[in-house]
Design a binder for this molecule. Structure first.
Ligand code: HEM
Length: 480
């Protein structure tokens, strides 16, 4: 690995490494008194968990496991990020964070959601500047977010109280106002690390040069500037390095999406549409349908390697579970549909074989689940009654090049990924693709042109774009 001189003491810990967590609190706030807030921020800044500290935390957890422990050592971490409105409120010129006026960071997600992401608008929306159909709190201006990660809810709660203390929350001299608190939790027992539809998550993230000591087979390595501002790879659309102000280096943009998942409906859809393939039973046909929507079995095993039978051993093996590129399937959906979630969001050789690099599009995902397990009542009536889903969070050095492009130009674009010779149209990403008449081809391996329509399984109910500044910026530029 080339050394790139990354200053791990200056980079927030959730970006590289990821704060270890069983629970994570997402605390959205408004700044009510900018000058007091900036004073409070100086005192708070030393609390912010760095990339270097995350490495130490992970080592502690691994050591505990080596010695027969469960790795659940009391441990917490806090990170903080600001929206464009937050920088404005603080009186900080953040012009080098946006390329132009239509930069999604500058627009804010509330506008971007309707203009570009395809989020449904409020039913009674006016035609001019309609609002997305979100939870009311996210229609407010949001200035910043605290992420509080911990091994337990009690530890996280305690840490959050400490954070609130720095900003005098609950007192007349408070400098912030809580807009919303969302509690994220990993799922219990065997579903640990699986998202609510049941699929293992967090398998494929790129290795970052200068940070990750090894790049696993098929994982792909990105230059540090694909994720971090001010490093090689932090470029505009024409390959020119973006000139960031000095305080704006060593940071990363955080795209947050509040995504509700309709789990009973998803399960019922699979049950009603089992694939008829070989000698599969209806149950196995339903499993295969789910696997072909995602591109992996629930275990995490990639269908490009094991298309018609789950392979839990492969799923668990980091040397093999990302080692595929669709290279012998470029114009074929036999093993994996073009529109499968992981093929849409990382098309690998669908682009690279055409000399289009996927590197600039790669993001680092750090989400967590929210909401309870499906209840017996929900199972019975096959309808969602409780709110649950994914607190989707990802880091990149450009929202436009990363998250926004992935959602708008890949997931929502029915003709992506590109293909030749075959008459079929890929269709929508079945999980996250947004738009009218959601359908995709390729689910049925025997009839690749056959299209299946589906309802919305994932519903966006809020979000915002933030910038996670360096520790130095928190202490010396934003803190004042
Ligand atoms: C991978 C589920 C939303 C981008 C995955 C995987 C699952 C999954 C099961 C495979 C595991 C892995 O590779 O880590 C979901 C669910 C979502 C959701 C249930 C919504 C509730 C999103 C969104 C985006 C996204 C909004 C970005 C627009 C990705 C990417 C990968 C991925 C980039 C890795 C692809 C690869 O490199 O193979 N997701 N996801 N996901 N997802 Fe999502």
């Amino acid at each position: 690995t080339p050394t790139t001189g990354l200053d791990l003491n200056n980079i927030q810990g959730d970006i590289l490494g990821g704060m270890p967590k069983k629970t994570e609190l997402y605390y959205f706030f408004q700044i009510t008194n900018a000058s007091d807030f900036r004073k409070h921020l100086i005192k708070f800044a030393p609390l912010v968990k760095t990339a270097a500290q995350v490495l130490q935390d992970r080592k502690k957890i691994n050591d505990s496991k080596k010695h027969g422990g469960h790795g659940l050592i009391p441990m917490s971490g806090v990170n903080v990020s600001f929206s464009h409105l937050g920088f404005q409120k603080m009186g900080i010129d953040d012009s080098t964070l946006s390329l132009d006026d239509s930069d999604p960071f500058k627009l804010g997600q509330r506008v971007d959601a309707v203009q570009n992401l395809g989020d449904p608008t409020k039913p009674s929306a006016p035609e001019v500047d309609p609002l997305p159909n979100w939870e009311p709190e996210f229609l407010n201006d949001i200035h910043g977010i605290f992420l509080v990660a911990a091994e337990s809810f009690a530890t996280a709660q305690k840490k959050l109280k400490e954070v609130e203390g720095f900003f005098h929350v609950g007192k007349p001299e408070a400098s912030i106002n809580k807009v919303k608190l969302i509690v994220g939790n990993v799922r219990p027992g065997k579903e640990h690390a699986h998202e609510h539809f049941g699929f293992l998550d967090g398998i494929s993230n790129p290795a970052v040069a200068g940070f990750d000591p090894v790049t696993l087979p098929g994982q792909g390595q990105v230059r540090p500037g694909i994720i971090l501002t001010g490093h090689p790879g932090d470029e505009d659309g024409n390959g020119n390095p973006i000139q960031r102000e000095s305080w704006a280096v060593d940071g990363s943009f955080l795209a947050f999406r509040y995504l509700f998942q309709k789990v009973p409906e998803f399960n019922e859809y699979l049950k009603q549409n089992p694939l008829n393939f070989g000698d599969l039973t209806p149950e196995e046909g339903s499993e295969l349908l789910g696997a072909r929507m995602v591109g992996r079995w629930k275990s995490g095993a990639p269908i490009d390697i094991t298309p018609f039978k789950d392979d839990p051993e492969l799923a668990k093996d980091p040397q093999r579970n990302n080692n595929f590129k669709f290279e012998d399937q470029l114009n074929s959906q036999f093993k994996c549909p073009f529109a499968a979630h992981i093929r849409k969001t990382n098309p690998r050789d669908d682009l690279e074989s055409r000399n289009i690099s996927v590197e600039p599009r790669r993001i680092i995902r750090r989400g967590i689940q929210f909401g309870p397990e499906v209840t017996d009542e929900e199972k019975e009536c096959k309808q969602t009654k409780e709110e649950r889903g994914l607190l989707f969070a990802c880091y990149q050095s450009s929202i436009r090049r990363g998250f926004q492009f992935m959602q708008q130009s890949w997931a929502n674009a029915t003709n992506f990924p590109p293909f030749e010779q075959q008459p079929e149209v890929p269709g929508f990403d079945p999980l996250i693709g947004q738009g009218a008449d959601r359908k995709m081809s390729g689910l049925d391996p025997n009839q690749p042109t056959r299209e299946l329509s589906f309802p919305d399984f994932v519903v966006p109910r809020g979000g915002e774009y933030f910038f996670a500044p360096s520790i130095k910026a928190l202490k010396e530029t934003l803190g004042a």
